[in-house]
Ligand binder design. Structure first.
Ligand code: ADP
Length: 286
């Protein structure tokens, strides 16, 4: 069997077009275009690339790019003051603190200053708590991107066995909660899981976010399963994920490629979150 390959680029494009339409409607209805404040501290080249992509996508969707850059040696108090300023600014719908911040800064206490309603990365304790309690709030972008892919490809979730590999705050934990919200039977695996392949083989939907190249091979996949690879690693032959995709595609029913699977969805969901945040702040939630 050869699996169908999920086209994350196409789904992400659709989400971005929908967001752009939503922005147009908001403005046409007398609202203000959403503003995204990306905050970059220091000059890490990878972070610069990520932030540049986010800013471009934000402008392409008709939003205001309210980017701020602080030098790498900025003090904690000054960084905190910038977050507070953005928190108080009505033009700022969403605040994205690009991680990792330089080692001398306490990024958790900076994140904690972002008001939940402007936390478009869905990373604050408040939003994590809302998700854990099944209440509405801004959801982390990568796991909500995975949900959008599953929905776009009509993958059934109710009652199915879903296995999430990885328990990070950014991906694994919220991923499991989003799947649970949709009535999947969810198992979370991690580095101490006794027999990873055996647990993964139960999965109708397998989401892998462990940050270990090639961790999941065909022996860990149930025939016909949906396999979503959240990992991104830069190797000699370009980008690859946590899943041995070529071999797994012989067993699975549906797989994400790397690149071009989950990756493009993350920025698309960031834009979607920024629009949701702006509408809520302007009293236009639908
Ligand atoms: P991400 O940002 O993709 O969520 P992190 O590197 O923050 O990734 O976290 C890696 C996660 O993967 C951790 O939660 C850890 O529990 C899980 N993990 C690490 N090693 C293994 C392993 N061998 N098998 C399964 N899960 C693992």
């Amino acid at each position: 069997m050869t699996a169908q390959v999920i086209d994350g680029k196409a789904v992400a494009r659709q989400v971005r077009e929908d967001v752009a339409k939503g922005v147009e409607q908001l403005v046409a209805g007398g609202g203000t275009a959403p503003g995204l404040a990306t905050v970059l501290i220091g000059d890490d080249p990878a972070s610069e690339v990520y932030v540049r992509n986010k800013r471009r996508s934000c402008v392409a969707a008709g939003m205001q790019d309210l980017h701020r850059h602080l030098p790498g040696d900025v003090g904690q108090a000054e960084a905190a003051a910038l977050i507070d300023e953005l928190a108080a600014d009505p033009a700022v719908s969403g605040i994205l603190l690009q991680l990792p911040t330089p080692a001398h800064l306490d990024s958790e206490s900076l994140l904690a200053r972002i008001p939940a309603e402007k936390d478009v990365d869905g990373l604050t304790t408040a939003n994590a708590g809302l998700l854990a309690q099944g209440r509405s709030g801004l959801r982390p972008c990568t796991p909500s991107g995975v949900m959008a892919l599953l929905d776009q490809y009509d993958v059934p979730l109710q009652g199915v066995e879903a296995v999430v590999v990885g328990r990070s705050v950014l991906v694994g934990k919220p991923m499991a909660q989003l799947l649970l919200e949709r009535h999947a039977t969810v198992t979370i695996c991690h580095s101490r899981t006794r027999d990873l392949a055996e647990v993964c083989r139960r999965a109708d939907v397998l989401v892998v976010a462990a940050g270990i190249p090639g961790l999941v091979g065909p022996d860990a996949v149930k025939p016909g399963a949906t396999v979503i690879d959240v990992g991104i690693h830069r190797g000699e032959e370009g980008l690859h994920g946590d899943v041995d995709t070529a071999a797994v595609a012989e067993v699975a029913g549906l797989v994400t490629p790397v690149p071009g699977g989950v990756g493009p969805m993350t920025i698309a969901m960031l834009l979607a979150n920024t629009l949701i945040a702006a509408k809520a702040q302007q009293g236009r939630s639908d």
